[in-house]
Design a protein around this ligand. Structure first.
Ligand SMILES: [Zn+2]
Length: 49
C-alpha cells in the first residue's frame, strides 16, 4: 500500500475519492484532466466509503 493512501485512510475514515481512466483503468491524480497512459479525457471519479 502506498504511503499516500495510508495517509488518507488514517487521516479520516470517511469517503475517499478515486479517479480512474474510463478507457484503460489507470488511476490518475485528482488534478489530471487526461490519462497519463492513453491520453483519454474520460476520467471516472468515484468514492470509496
Ligand atoms: Zn487511460
Amino acid at each position: 500500500m502506498r504511503d499516500v493512501l495510508k495517509t488518507v485512510l488514517f487521516r479520516r475514515s470517511s469517503a475517499m475519492v478515486v479517479e480512474e481512466c474510463r478507457r484503460c483503468g489507470t488511476t490518475v491524480g485528482s488534478t489530471a484532466a487526461n490519462c497519463p497512459e492513453c491520453d483519454c479525457e474520460e476520467i471516472v471519479r468515484y468514492t470509496i466509503q
